[in-house]
Write a protein that binds this ligand. Structure first.
Ligand code: HEC
Length: 163
């Protein structure tokens, strides 16, 4: 059995397996901020000025990977072994607190650079506000509307059908 020539794993295959394992391990690993960072509230409101400033910084430093609108389609998006997060994805982004986004922008995680040296705190908060503005708002939860219209129209429809 052991004299079969193909029996020994080639070094190249071993290397590939190791790289694949590392890549999978990286992707499946949650990137979470420490609890104290998650709890931090933005000192900056999402004013038009803050959003405009954030947009300019984003265009300059983030869009090459994340895409102009945050859709992870920047020119460098496919260059790395980890795809940039789609910043418009509500299932991911709506769950993240301001503090968490701030921390992630500050610390980075390869291949995403850390921005705490490059940007002042204020600039990073402007980015946080801008990033949050990229997430489409959930389809208007209507707290004001008094009646669920679906039921009403269904009742109306079924009434004339009987006649
Ligand atoms: C070199 C490419 C690159 C650049 C430049 C970059 N990012 Fe990222 N970003 C990534 C990648 C890749 C991920 C996914 C990282 C991961 O999940 O390990 C990511 C993830 C994120 C996330 C989500 C983190 C999460 O938990 O999913 C946010 C928010 C973010 N980036 C914001 C920014 C902002 C703001 C900038 C500019 C200041 C920026 N990024 C610049 C590549 C980049």
């Amino acid at each position: 059995m052991s004299d079969l020539p193909g029996k020994r794993a080639s070094p190249v295959l071993i290397l590939l397996a190791v790289v694949a394992t590392l890549a999978v391990a990286h992707c499946s690993q949650e990137w979470s901020a420490p609890p104290e960072a998650i709890a931090v509230k933005s000192p900056l409101a999402a004013t038009p000025q803050a959003l405009a400033a954030g947009a300019a910084l984003f265009d300059d430093k983030c869009a090459n990977c994340h895409g102009e609108k945050g859709k992870a389609d920047g020119p460098e998006a496919d260059k790395y072994w980890v795809k940039p997060q789609d910043l418009t994805e509500p299932r991911v982004m709506a769950l993240m607190t301001e503090g968490e986004i701030f921390w992630k922008i500050s610390e980075g995680r390869r291949p995403m650079p850390a921005f705490k040296e490059q940007f002042s705190e204020e600039q990073r908060w402007q980015l946080v506000q801008f990033v949050r503005s990229l997430v489409p708002k959930p389809p208007a939860p209507p707290p004001e509307k008094k009646t669920p219209p679906a039921k009403k129209s269904a009742a109306k429809k079924s009434a004339p059908a009987k006649n």
